[in-house]
Design a protein around this ligand. Structure first.
Ligand SMILES: [Zn+2]
Length: 262
């Protein structure tokens, strides 16, 4: 198969930027990062052609980034392998934020990261400050250590993670404290309610007993007779009433009341 000049340039450049010396093998070192459409031809394909449609790829072993045009990319469909690694997704956002990578080919991610240090730090900081739980913070820390630590100094980011972690722990502690205070207050109120209820029951019972006592007293106003007024009115004979009067069981006044009511 005969290669055109531009195809040959693309292949030669790709091999130069890879670890493997064989074109077919070195393809596997590269992953797709991002497609960016520009308004002017501000970058070139690895074959040399100026590009508006720019496809960015990273070599996972050499950390080089290249730009490719549509037709060269099509020859390299295998480059699309692993396009969704977390680092590459972030890298694609960063590439967009930094307006792409001007120079093609011999591009080194370490240098790139150093040059765009502030932008990349801010990018990660922005992501970190949006995290609200410990586990995600830990994940991000591991991600930075694994994928970014070799490109730039991540100490500031790790400090920020630590700070947010402490903040979350403190917030959770305060929340728990509030919950505990509320729980105790609820318990206290419940105890208070039960005590009130108990006292109220006691009061009602006392009232009932008192009423009963008064009622009994009323019923037994003819105390020494041992009989209620109602009974004496309804059931007693005149002789019995007179006998009660004579024995001091009832007073004369009471005797008259019974007679009246009969
Ligand atoms: Zn090309």
């Amino acid at each position: 198969m005969t290669l055109t000049n531009s195809q040959k340039r693309f292949n030669d450049n790709l091999i130069k930027l890879s670890i493997e010396n064989n074109y077919e093998q070195c393809i596997d070192e590269w992953s797709f990062i991002e497609y960016i459409k520009k308004t002017d031809y501000d970058n070139n394909c690895l074959c040399g052609k100026p590009l508006i449609h720019q496809y960015y790829f990273i070599n996972e072993k050499t950390e080089k980034i290249i730009c490719s045009g549509k037709s060269c990319k099509q020859k390299l469909e295998r480059l699309k392998k692993n396009p969704n690694s977390r680092k590459n997704i972030d890298l694609s956002k960063i590439i967009r934020m930094t307006n792409g990578i001007k120079n093609i080919g011999d591009f080194n991610l370490v240098k790139y990261c150093k040059r765009n240090f502030k932008i990349i730090i801010d990018f990660h900081l922005n992501k970190i400050t949006q995290i609200t739980n410990i586990k995600e913070l830990y994940d991000y820390k591991m991600y930075l250590l694994k994928e970014w630590n070799s490109f730039f100094n991540i100490n500031n980011l790790l400090d920020e993670i630590k700070r947010i972690e402490n903040e979350i722990i403190e917030t959770e502690r305060l929340e728990n404290e509030i919950i505990e205070t509320e729980r105790l207050e609820k318990k206290r109120l419940e105890k208070e309610r039960l005590e009130k209820e108990r006292l109220e029951k006691k009061r009602i019972e006392k009232e009932r007993v008192e009423k009963e006592r008064i009622q009994c007293k009323k019923n037994y106003i003819f105390g020494n007779s041992g009989k209620t007024l109602l009974w004496l009115v309804n059931n007693s004979t005149l002789i019995e009433i007179q006998s009660l009067l004579n024995n001091g069981g009832i007073t004369e006044e009471q005797y008259n009341i019974i007679l009246d009511k009969r």
